[in-house]
Design a protein. Sequence first.
Length: 322
Amino acid sequence: MTKMKDIKHVSHIDLSNFERGKLHKVWFDIVTDAFGLPISLPVLIGRGSEDGPVVGFTAAVHGNELNGIPVIQRLFKEIENEKIKGTVIGVPVVNSPAFFRMKRRFVDGVDLNHIMPGKKEGNVSEVYAFRFIREVISRFDYLLDLHTASTGRINSYYIRADISDPVTSELATLQNAQIIAHKTASDGSLRGAANEIGIPAITMEVGNPSTFQKGYIRSGITGLLNALIYLGMLEGEIERPEIPAVICHESYWIYTDRGGLLTVHPEISQLVKKDSLIATQYNIFGDKIREYFAPQDGIVIGKSTSPVNQTGGRILHLGIVK
C-alpha cells in the first residue's frame, strides 16, 4: 500500500527518470500558492518494458467533473505495466484548486478549458494552463481528455473530435459512446491546444457533474482500453458497441429569449423532429409564457435540468445527424 508521504514531488516530468515496466505515482508541482507552497497534480505513469507511444488521459479540467477520475484510476489498476509497449500517463485531476473547492472554474473564475494553451507570463489561470501544456501535455503522442456536463445540465455519453482526421475519428469511435460530435481544433480547449501542437486528441463527455455514475465509468474504461489496443500498446481484442454511435457533423445549443421557470421535454439521446416541442416556460405565478420548438431535426446531446432560467439560458444541445 502506497503512503501519501512516500509519493515524491517533481517540478519537471522527464520520462527517462522513471524505470520501465513499473507504475509510478508522483505529485507534479505546477505553481505555488500565497504561502509559496506547491499546488500539485496527481500523476500516474505506467512505463512499459518496450518502446512505443506515450498516451495521456486527463480528467477534472473542471473541478466538479468527477466521472473521469475513477475511469483513470481503474484503468491503471487493470493494465500490467510490464506488458505495455510505450508509456501511459494519467492525470485524474487537472484543476486541483477547483477540485479542492468542489467548483467548476479556476480560483479567478476562469474556465480553464476556454484559455488553453495559456500564457507563460499571464494571469493565474493562464500561467497554470501554460505550465500544464508545457510540462505534461507536450509529453504525449495522443490525448484522451475526460469531462462531464456542467452544473445544472446533464449529458449523454458523447465524444467531441475532429472526425475529418482518421486517427481522432477512430479514437472517437472506439469509445463506444452514444454520440460523436464533429469539432475542429481552435476553441481554447485542452483538446484543441493539443491538436494544434500535433497531438491527436479527443474529448470524452462522460455523464453528469459532481457524481460517480457506474455505467458511464465502465464504458469509459472500455473505451480507454480499446484505444491502447488500437495503438498497439496492449494486446487484446477491441470491444465494439452493439449500437454504433450517432455521428453529428454539427451541434449547437438552443437558448431561451426570456426568463422564467423552464421544463425541457426530450430525454438525453432522443431524436427530435423539426418544429417538435422541446421546452415550456412558465412565469413565477405558474402561467405558461413560452414554448420552444426544435429548429431542425436532430438528437439531444445534453440539456438543462435547472428550472430557473434567465434570458439567454441554455435549453438543450442539439446534434445534427450526418
